[in-house]
Design a protein around this ligand. Structure first.
Ligand code: IMP
Length: 207
């Protein structure tokens, strides 16, 4: 079963300002008027799923229920086959550290180092392939949902290279490129990223 998105308001079920901006820019040309979950004061549900799709669904369904509007959520992360698919849904958690008492922050270099350390334990012949995955879910107030997955396949390099982008970008070299995501111009990354591919599928199906 499929469904189209009628022009009108849609909740972007994220409290991350960068994501809301990116999604707003993508939906605007299709007659949608995105409003963020934060603007509507919606609570952030706990992401208890064990897959990207499950977590995106939790966020989209909760926002649609609470607002009475269609809602869009995403979940993304890095999958490393040699690590059994980790860090997966825990990609952001691997960067979490205590900077000083009571203060939590994210340290991406520590997270990249953790992945590299686990690969190094397996010796020089280890499979260094990895994929960034993004799942987008749209939920309607009547409970209907649709999901779209995008993947960017690549190789993990060490040491990290480049300063653009965010998260694990400096160690991820997409297939067919000589540069990491963090060495590429933002437009070049956005043309091939997991998020762009998931969005292309969503736009094709819903508009
Ligand atoms: P979430 O989707 O907000 O739960 O976060 C997923 C985590 O995956 C982010 O905090 C990043 O660490 C990582 N991630 C997702 N997409 C990218 C990307 O395009 N580049 C680098 N890291 C990413």
């Amino acid at each position: 079963m499929t469904r189209k998105l009628e022009p009108g308001r849609i909740v972007v079920a994220s409290h991350n300002a960068g994501k809301v901006r990116e999604i707003t820019a993508l939906l605007g040309p299709h007659g949608m008027a995105p409003v963020s979950a934060k603007d509507l004061d919606l609570p952030e549900p706990e992401e208890t799923g064990t897959s990207f799709e499950a977590n995106a669904l939790i966020k989209a369904v909760s926002a649609a229920d609470m607002s009475g509007l269609p809602a869009l959520a995403d979940d993304s992360g890095l999958e490393v086959p040699a690590l059994g698919g980790r860090p997966g849904v825990y990609t952001a958690d691997w960067a979490e550290r205590q900077w000083f008492e009571g203060e939590k922050g994210r340290d991406w270099y520590m997270a990249m180092g953790k992945v590299e350390g686990l690969l190094a334990e397996q010796g020089p012949g280890v499979d260094r392939s990895a994929a960034f995955v993004c799942t987008l879910c749209v939920a309607w107030p009547d409970g209907f949902t649709m999901s779209f997955e995008g993947r960017a396949e690549g190789t993990l390099v060490w040491p990290p290279r480049g300063v653009a982008g965010f998260g694990y970008d400096p160690v991820f070299m997409p297939h067919g490129q000589e540069m990491t995501f963090a060495q590429m111009a933002p437009e070049a990354k956005h043309a091939i990223s997991h998020r762009a591919q998931a969005f292309a599928k969503l736009v094709e199906a819903l508009f």
